[in-house]
Design a protein around this ligand. Structure first.
Ligand SMILES: [Fe+2]
Ligand SMILES: [Fe+2]
Length: 474
């Protein structure tokens, strides 16, 4: 079995580097279980329910913590509801949350994860060496296949002592809390995997993950004022270990350090900075390709349903606007329009599904597809997944009207507002709205925009351009 452990995730940089690089770790190592220390995940101090959920969505199975576990509001209530979020076991008796637990891994074996805090130079808590015996007493009865300890402590001596104390009795003892990875990755004499500190997942152009200027200033000026220093926000490095366990007993076969990305990422075989960039770029390119194919489809369908000239086809005009906003190449726009007149191009159908969401809400889904059966089944699954159901045609559509709008910038009007509204009514508008909105791309720049609203069918048939001498925005 293979376990991946990540050191203290610090602030946004830490969360980002885990999000960016954990997929690569999973692809390369194919771990059966992933544990991460999340005690500094929320702005350097503590963790929240939302962050726990994000970390689980990246593939982390269990989150351990440390002295910062209670720093965020609401966590004392949340930890009792989440058996995968651990606090140090030797905290005061009666404090909420679990200090150890047993989980099933992807390969169906049992792993015990323990979180304990050190006593040297740490806030007071029960003796770590006594308490670990208590935990092992509980765990041994349940016969797990492996036992992992996150020993959250400051002193290297205390951590090494714990490693040797448990050598041969647990799978791994890995230290956290100092936020600096040590290079003493090893299998101890009796088979326990060990590293004094896994290091943090966070920005290393910092002092232990905190903005360096503030921290250096504290030392340089001997300033004892208690000020909360902000976490460093630069590119993070992901730090952790991969441990292979023995199938016959709870001991470890192999331990390897992982350091990826950012300031101290290693140039290991298959883990060069170039590869990291390539991996990220690959993911971005994939997203872009899927967006481009959607835009291209929309242009072809819009051109097919109406005229191939954007001047006379509002849907095509807005598809082209979307294409331009996303740097979709001009040649591809022309090709997509041309495709609409080709006989053998794939036929896309526009489908409309009706259904009910949670609490009986009415939902209409519009989809563009080259395979109606596949899309119907995907839409049905999506409804079911979120507690809704797909309905018959006509089951909710009576509650909806199909509107479209043309937007004008108020500044561009060449006639008075009243005259403009009169003309809108003459051309069949169903409503006119004057709204103050933020202009995209500008901070604090407001603009008055006029939305002329039409029933969709009417909109298609109206000659709206030049209707007042000014150009519609959209
Ligand atoms: Fe920490
Ligand atoms: Fe800590």
């Amino acid at each position: 079995m293979r376990i991946v452990f990540l050191g203290d995730i610090v602030g946004r940089s830490g969360r980002q580097v885990v999000k960016d690089y954990l997929p690569e770790v999973i692809e390369k190592y194919k771990p059966d279980f992933i544990i991460a220390n999340g005690e500094n995940a929320a702005g350097g101090f503590g963790i929240t329910e939302e962050i726990c959920k994000d970390l689980y969505s990246y593939g982390i199975d269990v989150i351990t913590t440390g002295n910062h576990v209670w720093d965020q509001k609401g966590i004392t209530e949340y930890i009792d509801k989440d058996p995968n979020l651990l606090k140090p076991y030797n905290f005061a008796e009666g404090s909420p949350g679990l200090g150890f637990n047993i989980y099933e891994t992807k390969n169906k074996s049992k792993i015990a994860v323990i979180n304990i805090m050190g006593n040297l130079f740490m806030r007071s808590c029960d003796n770590a060496f006594f308490k670990i015996e208590e935990v092992l007493g509980h765990i041994d009865k349940q016969k797990p296949n492996s036992i992992f300890l996150d020993f959250h402590a400051e002193a290297t001596s205390e951590k090494m002592a714990m490693g040797h104390h448990l050598d041969g009795r647990v799978t791994a003892v890995i230290g956290t809390h100092t936020h600096v990875p040590t290079s003493d990755t090893m299998i101890l004499e009796n088979g326990t995997a060990y590293q004094t500190d896994a290091g943090m997942c966070g920005d290393y152009n910092s002092v232990i993950g905190t903005e360096k200027e503030g921290f250096v200033g504290k030392f340089a000026t001997q300033d004892n004022k208690k000020v909360r220093l902000k976490p460093a926000m630069g590119e993070g490095t992901l730090c952790g270990v991969v441990i292979d366990t023995n199938t016959e007993n709870i001991l470890a076969n192999r331990i390897e350090q992982i350091k990826l990305g950012g300031q101290i990422g290693l140039w290991m075989a298959g883990h060069s900075k170039f590869k990291n960039i390539m991996y990220r770029k690959g993911a971005q390119d994939k997203k872009r390709a899927s967006l481009f194919s959607k835009i291209s489809k929309e242009i072809t369908v819009a051109a097919k349903l109406g005229a191939p000239d954007p001047e006379q086809n509002a849907r095509l005009r807005s598809a082209i606007q979307l294409a331009k906003a996303n740097s979709f190449p001009k040649d591809n726009i022309e090709r997509a329009i041309k495709k609409s007149s080709e006989k053998d191009h794939i036929n896309y159908d526009q489908m409309r599904y009706e259904g009910f969401g949670p609490g009986g809400t009415s939902i209409i889904v519009e989809a563009l597809t080259d395979n109606k059966n596949r899309t119907a089944s995907n839409v049905r699954t999506a409804f079911q997944k979120f507690g809704g159901s797909l309905g018959e045609t006509g089951s909710v559509s009576h509650a909806f009207s199909h509107y479209g709008y043309v937007r004008y910038d108020k500044e561009s009007l060449e006639v008075s507002e009243e005259e403009f509204f009169n003309k809108a009514i003459d051309s069949g508008a169903d409503d006119c709205l004057l709204m103050k909105i933020f202009l995209r791309g500008y901070v604090n720049q407001m603009s008055y925009q006029i939305f002329i609203i039409f029933f969709k069918k009417k909109l298609e048939s109206q000659m709206l351009r030049g209707f007042n001498g000014s150009q519609p925005v959209k």
